[in-house]
Design a protein around this ligand. Structure first.
Ligand SMILES: [Zn+2]
Length: 256
């Protein structure tokens, strides 16, 4: 069997539409815009075989209708969100099969950024939408800090070499925040240099490993003494627990 290829199609300012391709069959994740996908299909002999959706924000679903006008394909999307065109509503714990690609995914419930946000996981790869970013996480639009904290904890226990494919190129800004939270974390400094190099060559910094996030992403490091100390200094008191650290980090990031 031909190897499975995974690559991004850039969309809008900083979105990535992730593509999974094998033997001329293509599945796309979060097609916020149909145009880059159609351009790829027109320029190749690839055929669209499935659309996967992580959550209902416009920059993740805006291209679905136009893609469905062109090809009738399954649309796999969170059951808890009302996404036009959905043929297979999914919840955490579901298994989805993409027979044309010869792969399946486990659906993870990662609510927080939105009420029904899901992620798609198979050994080696995670498609996490706007839940986890490099050195960051999604804003709280609909869910609670406790939900997003739990979602990131679930992602944080995946095997370290899992490649996380998020939907935005936010890494440089995430690194700046991580440096503010943990100025003494050398792993952040090293990663910052790598990211600057990639961005100056206009290359994506995504995907990235879970192990790299555990070493550098403050939102996954709420128990680290330097993170706790930075949050305590900002709050003016010692945070009571990990969730208070996480909540304060999320608010700090919003104001950063
Ligand atoms: Zn979003």
């Amino acid at each position: 069997m031909e190897p499975l290829e995974i690559f991004p199609l850039p969309a809008f300012e900083d979105n990535y539409i992730w593509c999974l391709r094998r033997a001329g069959m293509l599945a796309v994740v979060d097609p916020g815009d149909a145009e880059p996908v159609v351009a790829h299909l027109d320029a190749s002999s690839d055929r669209l075989c499935a659309i996967l959706v992580t959550h209902h924000h416009r920059d993740h679903i805006g291209g679905i209708a136009d893609l469905l006008k062109r090809d009738t394909v399954p649309v796999i999307a969170p059951a808890a969100e009302n996404i036009a065109g959905t043929t297979r509503p999914v919840r955490g714990g579901d298994l989805i099969d993409l027979p044309q690609l010869g792969i399946d995914f486990e659906v993870l419930d990662v609510a927080g950024h939105t009420r029904g946000h899901v992620a798609y996981y198979r050994p080696g790869s995670l498609f996490c939408g706007d839940t986890l970013f490099a050195c960051g996480c999604g804003r709280l639009f609909e869910g609670t800090a406790a939900q997003l904290h739990a979602a990131l904890a679930r992602i944080g226990v995946l095997p370290g070499l899992t490649l996380a494919h998020c939907a935005h190129e936010y890494t440089a800004s995430g690194i700046r925040f991580a440096r503010a939270v943990e100025p003494r974390n050398q792993a952040v400094v090293v990663r910052g240099a790598e990211v600057a190099k990639l961005r100056s060559a206009n290359l994506p910094t995504v995907p990235f490993t879970i192990a790299g996030e555990l070493a550098t992403n403050p939102f996954l490091r709420c128990r680290e003494p330097e993170v706790v100390a930075s949050v305590a200094a900002r709050l003016g008191h010692q945070p009571a627990d990990e969730l208070e650290v996480f909540t304060a980090l999320r608010q700090w990031r919003d104001a950063f």
